[in-house]
Design a protein around this ligand. Structure first.
Ligand SMILES: [Zn+2]
Length: 344
């Protein structure tokens, strides 16, 4: 069988389906690719575009896309005039202007090949007006046109759009899959894995099992805040569990931000950490979403009772809710401190 979409990590079933559809000339004209940030949606759309135009498409001995023919290389190197990516750029939404551009462009036949591929990034950020405008094009696209609508949440798309395009979901990878990919594709990752294995493990966890996010975090600037937030969450949870009721735990509360949006992120990290500890109560081999150091998490989890962890979780979620409802930030933190036994 042909090797499908080797440029894409994970998501094997999805890639095989797309590859087979392309070989059979049955690829739908519009596809919604839905999945968390950094799970390869863009790479999959690009690989599909390359597969459509690949000169070795019929050759069973070659992978699809072959990635070495001229047509494949042009697509993968973003040099093909027939693959058009539209996104929100710096704006919060994608408006009718972008759709108007597509409508004009789509009437021009392909330059190099038999296909034109439109990749709409953050399609869930299209305004209702833009979606309605696009709908007309999706209803009767030219035979050569294919659309990939990428989004994290297809629920934000109009029902009329969703009914025109199958929704294919991209999946988060395992920590090992991400490790294998980034340490073999990115020199900074390979270096960090050697020189700072625990920091590297933290970064993989922070990536939330998405390659795109992991690669982004290799930029120290983009990772600095996340690193700080994770350290604070670890510090808070450790303090609450190890010195329940002790006044020396108080300073950790003062480390939380007084800015509402930052505090919300911090509390969400704490909540993830506590969830890990609760999961560990059931099984030492459970999949963790916060702690990179499993032994540390086991040790911490063993120190607290299940009830205490659930109480902690409840206190943190209550604080998060209140922050979301515009409650006074300081009061919220004091309440959290009281509930977690830091203030007693
Ligand atoms: Zn090719």
């Amino acid at each position: 069988m042909k090797d499908m979409f080797s440029a894409v990590v994970g998501n094997r079933k999805l890639c095989e389906r797309l590859g087979n559809d392309i070989i059979a000339s049955k690829l739908p004209h519009a596809i919604i690719l839905e999945g968390p940030h950094g799970t390869g949606k863009h790479t999959i759309a690009k690989a599909s575009a390359a597969a459509l135009v690949c000169e070795e498409k019929e050759n069973a001995q070659k992978p699809l896309p072959c990635l070495s023919c001229l047509a494949c290389r042009k697509v993968m190197e973003n040099k093909s005039p027939d693959v058009i990516t539209v996104g929100c750029e710096d704006k919060a939404t994608i408006g009718v202007d972008a759709v108007r551009f597509i409508k004009e462009d789509i009437s021009i036949i392909p330059n190099d090949s038999d296909y034109k591929v439109y990749i709409i990034e953050d399609a869930d950020k299209m305004t209702a007006q833009a979606q309605n405008a696009l709908l007309l094009t999706l209803e009767e696209p030219p035979a050569y046109a294919h659309f990939f609508l990428l989004c994290e949440n297809s629920g934000s798309l109009l029902e009329t759009i969703r009914s025109r395009a199958p929704i294919l979901r991209t999946e988060l990878l395992s920590k090992d899959e991400i490790d294998e990919y980034i340490s073999s594709h990115d020199r900074r990752a390979a270096q960090m894995k050697l020189s700072d294995p625990s920091g590297y493990g933290e970064l993989l966890m922070a990536s939330g099992y998405g390659i795109g996010q992991a690669l982004e975090y290799l930029e120290p600037k983009s990772y600095a805040t996340v690193k700080q937030t994770r350290a604070l969450a670890t510090d808070f949870v450790t303090t609450v569990i190890r010195s329940r009721g002790a006044s020396e735990a108080l300073p950790v509360i003062s480390k939380f931000s007084s800015k509402r949006d930052v505090l919300a992120e911090q509390l969400s990290a704490v909540s993830e950490a506590v969830r890990d500890l609760i999961v560990m109560k059931k099984s030492d081999t459970a999949k963790l979403c916060f702690f990179a150091d499993r032994d540390f998490a086991i040790e911490l989890s063993d120190k607290a009772s299940t009830i205490a962890l659930f109480e902690l979780m409840e206190a943190v979620e209550e604080a998060s809710d209140e922050i979301g409802r515009n409650a006074n930030v300081k009061l919220c933190l004091m309440k959290l401190a009281a509930k977690t036994g830091i203030l007693s």
